[in-house]
Design a binder for this molecule. Structure first.
Ligand code: FPP
Length: 265
């Protein structure tokens, strides 16, 4: 389903918070499960890989919009540990696409002050891609704009197991008293160390699953499911997600101070 492009102009840039959104209540960190590339391509009679190619354009647009609208971090699910089970041709295409995008977009990322990081088991990615990831990470590390986290060969359970292993190793070495393991020490061993947790999770294409994405970090995130297929996700769809987010009362497990009537408890 495609949304009318009310504010998605040719260059997709809108340097101020769009009308109807409260600039003071923007999420700090938005996470996205970019779903529906294959269905988008199928609906157009195109091969699946064309959906991924269009997905890159959608990702570039979303990153710019988030940066322009004052969102401090964007984390996207680009390739899961489970995605290796896709047909070899599609996996190879995706790896080559990641390489090409990094080569082509590095200059823009630097110019637009984006700080890019890749989260996941990176050592299993093709060597050339690992080199490009290291280069992009280093060259953008001191940028002052949005934190752009790309989850590649990422699995939430795997991330938790790795964190547990690292803490156990430190304990065995005598560097860490197991009694001192707490949420803070645990979070510091995750791929997302030094990043705030997402406030909002967007999943496109109408699917309502977490799919092994940021299992620890999404503990208190608000969830917005968009029916839009990822390649069609535009400024209007992002504004809808943010408006939905701003309509929620976040309680973090406590009571809503406005809605709750303590006299009745
Ligand atoms: C899900 O759609 C999409 C992916 C598994 C790949 C997403 C990757 C990109 C958009 C490219 C990102 C590039 C960089 C450099 C970060 P799907 O194939 O599962 O769609 P379907 O559910 O309709 O089959």
């Amino acid at each position: 389903m495609s949304h009318p492009s009310a504010i998605d102009t040719d260059d997709s840039r809108l340097r101020v918070c769009p009308t109807g959104l409260d600039p003071h209540r923007m999420p700090n960190h938005v996470a996205v499960i970019m779903d529906g590339n294959g269905r988008w391509a199928k609906a157009k009679g195109l091969p699946r890989i064309m959906g991924h190619r269009a997905g890159v354009e959608s990702l570039k647009r979303t990153l710019r919009l988030c940066n322009d609208w004052g969102i401090n971090a964007l984390t996207v699910y680009a390739f899961s540990t489970e995605n290796w089970s896709r047909p070899g041709d599609e996996v190879n295409f995706l790896m080559a696409l990641f390489e090409r995008v990094l080569e082509r977009e590095l200059e823009s990322l630097i110019n637009e002050q984006v700080r890019i990081r890749f989260l996941g088991d990176l050592q299993d990615l093709p060597f050339r891609l690992q080199e490009l990831i290291a280069e992009a990470t280093n060259l953008t590390a001191k940028n002052t704009g949005i934190n752009f986290n790309v989850c590649a060969n990422y699995g939430g359970r795997r991330e938790l197991v790795l964190a547990a292993q690292k803490l156990a190793q430190r304990s065995v070495r005598g560097d860490l008293d197991p009694a001192h393991i707490n949420e803070k020490t645990f979070a510091a061993e995750l791929f997302t160390a030094n990043e705030v947790d997402p406030d909002l999770l967007i999943r496109t294409s109408g699917e309502m699953r977490v799919s092994n994405f940021l299992l620890w970090q999404l503990a208190y995130a608000e969830i917005h499911i968009s029916d839009v297929l990822w390649p069609d996700f535009d400024a209007t769809a992002l504004r809808e997600a943010l408006s939905d987010y701003q309509s929620r009362r976040r309680r973090f497990g406590g009571l809503d101070p406005v809605a709750s009537d303590y006299s009745k408890t």
